[in-house]
Write a protein that binds this ligand. Sequence first.
Ligand code: SIN
Length: 293
Amino acid sequence: MSAALGPSGQGVDLAGRFAAARYTRLTPRLGCELDDVDLSIPLEVAEAASLRGLFDAHGVLVVRDQRLDREAHKALGRVFGELHTHPSREHTRGDRHIFKVAADADTPFNNGGSWHSDLSCSPQPPLASLLLLRELPPSGGGDTLFADMCGIFESLSPALQAWLRTLSAFHDGRKDLRQYGIELDPGADYPSAVHPVVVRHSSSGRPLLLVNGSFTERIVELGREESDALLRFLCRRISAAQAFQCRVRWQPGTLVIWDNRRTQHLALWDYYPETRRGERVSVRDPRVPIAAD
Ligand code: SIN
């Protein structure tokens, strides 16, 4: 086993195939690309620990040239925990753990086209997501942006940080669906939850901001107008915070593994009418988000 040096992430013990991989940071704060590593073969125990260590160190891992079938994709997800079922897949006859991501000339919208963390409307939002894209628009485009929510919180003034720590927010899956023109029947079951606005990252302990434009409906302690104004300010801060973002340029066979607690993401839709297609596996977080002290 060797300890990762330089771009691969300080302090991560790299075992087996991770010791032989090549590492390139995406930005100084967030994201790392891994080349020359084949994740289609099950990981040894020490290799699984290396992958989790890299995930904790970098927040976003971009692994090129992966040939994973669905079983291998799910097995990789299980390195991080039990698999999560997307609410839209609860009653499917197909694979409950595979969430398809696809846009083409006939799709009226692009999944994930505004800044969000996956399913923050759930009482226990997923811990991680692993998206493998198999088909990319031939003319280019379709990048995904990621933002470091710990860094963005820490960039706010101390007085604002202190006030945000006292607030909680209502996240509603129906708000997200409305972006896609989907209105559920009043009795239909879809997740919603109240979370602290500032939560503690369950691995690093760092505080981070847990609000986003897709799912966060309102700040519980504020009137509607005040809540809208604060959410508008925070969402603008997230989208404008280039110093805390990284950008993933996909190729067919690129697998991206992101920390869904530490990061938010935005999938660009700049390739219409071309096709971008892949599948996502997400990992359950056994804990509910806990307020940062
Ligand atoms: C998503 O999980 O929100 C989609 C991300 C992407 O398509 O890049």
